[in-house]
Write a protein that binds this ligand. Structure first.
Ligand SMILES: Cc1cc2nc3c(=O)[nH]c(=O)nc-3n(C[C@H](O)[C@H](O)[C@H](O)COP(=O)(O)OP(=O)(O)OC[C@H]3O[C@@H](n4cnc5c(N)ncnc54)[C@H](O)[C@@H]3O)c2cc1C
Length: 413
């Protein structure tokens, strides 16, 4: 049942879920399944439900990950407790129960078997319709008041309990514009400063920018000043502004809260397949075989030519110098750069490009078993609205499903 804003709806509900994103839809389904006699509604500001889900995983929806554990999350203890209740296994069972089957790639990432995110949204929508959940679209709620007996949403809908599932501030074109934070603040909740996370890194390094368009698979260590604060690996895409690709976005998530007051950098191992000594042996072999080769080609056996040329430049060697004329010290430096290529980060892209929000409602103000507010009884919160975020690879959607199921069950008891 889908109603648009101006439809006549008998506006007294047992549960209203605000936001038809990943966590909200699953919360509504779980609540209605757990207690079919309840009147459950979802109110969504966008014209359709699940708009962001359609964009996930490049349209394929990386909906979970077999390797999900607390290390994947900020505020990991809180996240883990909820994920333990509604685990990856239970999530896959849930999707099977709405008729959606999944496949897992060799890195543990779980996708719909159809390989399309639209199947995920359709399966969830069909289940909402089958259960008789009322879906009201095109209606943005900006204020909620509480009387002794019920909540009043936007002045016209009444609900005994509410589940706030409005998301954070990432990707506002898909509806999550931070208005959920304002609603929570109006109830006296604390909101930790939201920052864009899983977003591209900006660097002023001209050599890095000259690698624009090239991709490498590498290991990345992350530094705030001289302290190593994390590590990641995977694809790095060089761009005209700095770094993109999964490893760079994961690195951004780790350094985002440090960049304001510390000089941050990433150290990239551009050739993880070989140790520095192995690179040096191969370089020496090439010099023996082809001593007149121009130095810009020294590393093309391992790396794209533009990167080979860039690293030679970093070592202050002219690119037309014959490789046999490069000093031992400089050869050493070049091999070292292959393994330890440091890129200073000046900033990162904004919420428009971000996949997730770091920050949000303080988790200490919510019951860690039910997700009910400790300040306002009958109010629950899920997903990105809470200060929990995970790395790339299906961890954020897993958090959305697990927190949605927890709030749905708790609110319907
Ligand atoms: C491009 C992109 C790709 C991604 N890919 C992946 C991936 O492959 N795997 C993964 O795990 N994670 C991925 N993520 C992250 C993941 O999509 C989110 O973490 C997850 O969707 C958050 O779910 P949520 O329910 O908390 O919020 P959202 O999905 O943001 O849903 C919130 C909903 O609430 C509605 N809403 C907000 N405010 C109001 C209001 N005041 N009144 C009414 N309605 C309101 C919004 O319109 C929205 O529909 C991706 C994110 C993006 C942007």
């Amino acid at each position: 049942m889908i109603y648009s804003k101006n439809s006549e709806v008998n506006s007294m509900f047992d549960i209203v879920v605000l936001g038809a994103g990943a966590s909200g839809i699953v919360a509504a389904i779980t609540a209605k399944r757990n207690n079919p006699s309840l009147r459950v509604a979802i109110i969504e500001s966008m014209p359709i439900i699940g708009k962001k889900i359609l964009a996930t995983g490049n349209g394929r929806c990386n909906l979970s990950n077999l390797n999900t554990n607390s290390h994947n999350y900020f505020n990991n203890d809180f996240a883990q407790r909820i994920i333990d209740k509604f685990s990856v296994e239970k999530t896959v069972e849930f999707f099977n129960s709405v008729g959606l089957y999944t496949v897992t790639d060799n890195e543990g990432r779980i996708y719909p078997m159809s390989n399309t995110a639209a199947s995920v949204v359709d399966s969830l929508r069909f289940e909402c319709e089958r259960l008789g959940i009322i879906i009201i679209t095109d209606e943005k709620i900006i204020s909620i008041k509480k009387t002794d007996d019920y909540f009043v949403l936007g002045g016209r809908h009444r609900a005994k309990k509410i589940i706030l599932a409005c998301g954070g501030k990432a990707s506002p074109s898909q509806g999550s514009d931070g208005s959920g934070f304002d609603i929570l603040k109006s109830f006296g909740h604390s909101v930790n400063t939201p920052l864009p996370a899983l977003v591209q890194l900006i660097s002023d390094n001209k050599i890095v920018r000259s690698f624009k368009g090239l991709r490498v698979k590498g290991n990345v260590e992350i530094f705030a000043e001289n302290e190593k604060i994390g590590a990641t690996d995977g694809e790095i895409l060089f761009t005209e502004y700095g770094l993109s690709g999964i490893a760079s976005m994961d690195a951004q998530r780790i350094l985002c809260s440090h960049l304001k007051d510390k000089k941050c950098s990433v150290m990239i191992d551009l050739v993880p397949e070989f140790s520095k000594e192995e690179i040096r042996n191969r370089v020496d072999k090439l010099i023996g075989v082809n001593p007149e080769l121009k130095s810009e080609n020294l590393l093309i056996g391992f790396l794209p030519k533009k990167i080979s040329k860039g690293l030679i430049k970093c070592a202050y060697v002219k690119d037309n110098t014959p490789i046999s004329a490069i000093s031992k010290d400089n050869l050493n430096k070049i091999c070292d750069l292959c393994k330890n290529f440091r890129v200073y980060i000046s900033s990162y892209k904004g919420f428009e490009n971000a996949q997730v929000t770091r920050g949000g409602a303080d988790v200490n103000e919510f019951d860690k078993n039910t997700l009910e507010s400790l300040k306002v009884s009958g109010l629950f919160a899920t997903g990105e609205l809470l200060d929990v975020d995970g790395g790339c690879g299906g961890f954020n959607l897993q958090w959305a499903w697990s927190s949605g199921m927890t709030a749905g069950i708790s609110a319907s008891e």
